[in-house]
Design a protein around this ligand. Structure first.
Ligand SMILES: O=c1ccn([C@H]2C[C@H](O)[C@@H](COP(=O)(O)OP(=O)(O)OP(=O)(O)O)O2)c(=O)[nH]1
Length: 169
């Protein structure tokens, strides 16, 4: 499927697939990124997308923003991430930095200077030109909600949230 990409900024880097069978297309920010522990940022990519239609395909298309594992291991976590097929505005990548642990430890054991140092050390930095996230473009069922009195019986019923652990075996 073709994915039309419109450049909205001269520093925009187009989504890139590194290996022919990689599921994700790498996404890039238009500038260096620094995310402090606990901070939430909307990061500009400088691009807009329009997935092509799939011939004979009744389903919709959704693009999903996912983490890069190397960045995730440093604490960088993407949020939001559902890009509707009809959205033609700038793709923004919402990120936070979950690596709070060192900051809490520094606050508990020391003073402001230690905490400031811990914030600096735990800040995730991604230089311009390195991927911040990846995009999965996939088909999606466009389900139509219909209100009913009862749902059909199933093996699982209403059991969830660890029910199989509690049943043993
Ligand atoms: O990480 C994200 C999530 C969303 N979007 C864009 C594309 C998406 O199609 C649109 C709306 O996203 P969503 O439906 O998740 O947000 P909302 O807060 O429900 O906004 P709306 O009321 O406009 O649907 O914003 C992004 O650029 N990045």
């Amino acid at each position: 499927m073709r994915l039309r990409v419109r450049r909205l900024h001269d520093r925009a880097i187009l989504p890139t697939r590194h290996n022919p069978r990689d599921a994700g297309l790498d996404l890039f920010a238009i500038e260096d990124l620094a995310v402090r522990p606990g901070e939430i940022l909307k990061v500009r990519t400088g691009i807009a997308l329009q997935p092509g239609s799939l011939p004979g395909h009744p389903e919709g298309i959704v693009s999903l923003v996912w983490d890069k594992s190397g960045r995730a291991a440093s604490g960088l976590k993407t949020m939001g991430g559902v890009i509707d097929e009809s959205y033609t505005g700038e793709l923004l990548v919402v990120v936070t930095n979950l690596n709070h642990g060192p900051v809490f430890e520094a606050i508990a054991s020391g003073g402001r200077a230690e905490a400031a140092r811990a914030v600096d050390l735990a800040t995730v930095r991604v230089p311009y030109g390195k991927a911040i996230a990846q995009l999965l473009v996939q088909s999606v069922t466009l389900a139509e909600p219909v209100e009913v009195e009862e749902l059909d019986p199933t093996d699982r019923g209403d059991r969830g949230f660890g029910s199989s652990d509690r049943m043993g075996g």
